[in-house]
Design a protein around this ligand. Structure first.
Ligand code: AMP
Length: 311
């Protein structure tokens, strides 16, 4: 708040009418953005066991902003809210049912604000609500969502953002049996292995070089085989999810690319779409030669529209 005043962004904090707080975990308690009152704040705090690094910090932030800006409207925007429309068979794991009843073990997903925005924006652009949309949020964290008639029907992240496709430092889906195996081999705790899977895997883990897709692309240009493998694995997991959602949705009207990699890497977009050729997806190579722009990049004879849509 000091900097807002010192940099003359506002003359008085009273000028700020609203504050949006991004909250990682809203679980099944929130399916949309809400104004924060005491009950909402308490619920966000109660959900801390499901996001121990994020929700407690958000509570501290909300309290601080409320203290300095008591007259502003404070809203909580949840990463999970958009995914609350998933059907039971999408969000339930085939684990003992009592884990769900006792500990709320289920798929929650993440990046919901981005998936909601991108799917809504493209529907507005096309002037249609009844669309089958696959949104590829490809960034340092990556997730893919299937959206039908404006509602999320499945998403690639899970109980936590670790699941789904390969990411900058996260492994994406793995066989969990490798956790106790490596724990024993390396004499590590479950916390240390989880740290490896979240922070030392993905692009970074496979390439042993970098979590940044630009470094991976440069490594490939220099003939680095591990960079090639890291990107091939990434593309495979992205394509796997698109294909899975294509079947789930019974086809696809629009495929959207967004976030750091999705918006900027023409090479990754091209490699992903090339692998979807058997489903009729086809890029217009010239249109694809762009960065960070809202643009249609599908060829005229593509079975589905393909868009880049900055989130
Ligand atoms: P995000 O998490 O959405 O900020 O995305 C970060 C990722 O986007 C990193 O892997 C970056 O390497 C990647 N990225 C950003 N700009 C570019 C670019 N011009 N070309 C390729 N990848 C990019």
């Amino acid at each position: 708040t000091k900097e807002l005043l010192e940099n003359n962004i506002v003359e008085s904090l009273d000028e700020i009418k609203g504050v949006g707080h991004r909250i990682v975990q809203g679980a099944d308690k929130f399916d949309k953005t809400v104004v924060i009152d005491e009950r909402v704040l308490e619920t966000i705090s109660d959900l801390s066991p499901l996001a121990p690094l994020h929700n407690p910090a958000a509570v501290v932030g909300i309290k601080a902003f409320k203290e300095f800006m008591p007259n502003a409207t404070h809203t909580a925007v949840f990463d999970t809210a958009f995914h609350q429309t998933m059907p039971e068979e999408a969000y339930m794991y085939a684990t003992p049912y009592e884990w769900y009843e006792k500990y709320q073990v289920r798929k929650y997903g993440a990046h919901g604000t981005s998936h909601r925005y991108v799917s809504k924006k493209v529907a507005e652009e096309l002037g249609k609500d009844d669309l089958r949309i696959i949104v590829c949020h490809l960034g340092n964290g990556s997730s893919i969502t299937a959206v039908k008639d404006g509602k999320c029907v499945d998403t690639s992240m899970g109980f936590t953002p670790l699941a789904g496709v390969v990411m900058g430092t996260r492994s994406g889906d793995i066989d969990v049996s490798l956790v106790p195996y490596v724990m024993e081999k390396e004499g590590k705790s479950v916390g240390e292995i989880m740290d490896c899977l979240n922070k030392k895997s993905g692009f970074l883990g496979v390439s042993q070089l970098s979590s940044d897709s630009r470094d991976i692309e440069n490594g490939i240009a220099d003939g680095n085989e591990k960079c090639r493998l890291a990107q091939d694995k990434y593309i495979r997991t992205v394509v796997d999810h698109i294909a899975k959602y294509y079947v789930l949705l019974g086809g696809c009207d629009v495929l959207c690319f967004t976030a750091g990699i999705g918006e900027n890497s023409k090479s990754i977009r091209a490699q992903v779409v090339e692998k979807l050729e058997c489903l009729g997806f086809k890029l217009d190579a010239e249109a694809n030669n762009v960065r960070g722009e809202f643009r249609k990049i599908s060829a005229e004879d593509s079975s589905s529209l393909i868009y880049i849509l900055p989130t």
